[in-house]
Write a protein that binds this ligand. Sequence first.
Ligand SMILES: *[C@@H]1O[C@H](CO)[C@@H](O)[C@H](O)[C@H]1NC(C)=O
Ligand SMILES: *[C@@H]1O[C@H](CO)[C@@H](O)[C@H](O)[C@H]1NC(C)=O
Ligand SMILES: *[C@@H]1O[C@H](CO)[C@@H](O)[C@H](O)[C@H]1NC(C)=O
Length: 305
Amino acid sequence: MSMCSMRELVILAALVSALHAASLLTGTDVVYKCQKDQDKIATLEAESFINDHHRHGYKFKFVSQDSRSAEKKTDPCEVILGITLEETECHVVNPKPLDQCETRMETQTKVTAKCNVTISSAEGKAEVKDYNCDTEPASHEILVTKCPDCPGLLPLHDPKGLESVKTALQKFNKESDHKSYFKLMEVGRISTQWMFSGQSFFSQFAIMETNCTNKEAPQNEESCKASCGDQARYGFCKSTKVGIEEPEVECEIYEAKNRTHPMKRPAQFPCNGFAKIPPTIYPICPLRPILLSRGPPNFVRPTGN
Ligand SMILES: *[C@@H]1O[C@H](CO)[C@@H](O)[C@H](O)[C@H]1NC(C)=O
Ligand SMILES: *[C@@H]1O[C@H](CO)[C@@H](O)[C@H](O)[C@H]1NC(C)=O
Ligand SMILES: *[C@@H]1O[C@H](CO)[C@@H](O)[C@H](O)[C@H]1NC(C)=O
């Protein structure tokens, strides 16, 4: 483990215990007992817990409760809620509180997660024990029947899409007022549309600050390491590339202090087997990786979008 991730772990541990202490202190007088009229408490807890464990792609927002099944167990009680969440426009590096994050419009291809969440009561509070979600982008075939010109999602590693991300990031680094060089953390989504002037790419991507300055970076990108801990700033960019024109790019950079949660180092694509292959979105991964042993990965071939 590198120094960097070690320090992040320590910060994470400190945060977790601080949060725990806070939840005990600010306890309202409501004792959670898995009752039906307390489902709002449980779904709120599920939403924040799932987002705390979701480290790639975009934050998800609760939209509806679809089912509930209570176990006979009473101490501690247990309930399994079926809930639906939708992907928001806030990338996980965006410190904006969830209630200020908009879910996507239909024309941007909604992403929906259907989750079963097991909730228990711990010291009078709702506590998530487990969850498991199916995350799917809306069908492009259905979208084009209503909106023939709407862009469709491309795989996150689409070569031309990645090329548009690369040139957009170069442009941002060249033109930005920030002293540091920012490098790609991950591609958030790429969509495409055919226009009169050729194929266009709409890309969204997260970036992170490195220890290189803007000027020295381009020759030697490999040696530019992401800053970590309290110093690391992240950002989120949207770019548009139409035909052979130069891309347009806009990035917002977030101050390191108001971080939603400590960032893990950029990992490989999470929980393969839970998204259609090739992936166009970041699914909500199961809480317990052991679920992967349910059988061979359920790779689903794309149905032609
Ligand atoms: C981040 O912190 C700064 C300074 O404390 C504050 O002005 C700003 O509103 C915060 N941004 C978010 C998104 O919370
Ligand atoms: C949730 O539970 C229902 C009913 O037991 C089941 O049909 C569905 O497949 C489950 N979904 C996930 C994501 O596990
Ligand atoms: C950035 O950090 C890496 C690893 O610590 C180091 O090898 C590299 O020389 C640093 N680059 C600069 C410009 O400081």
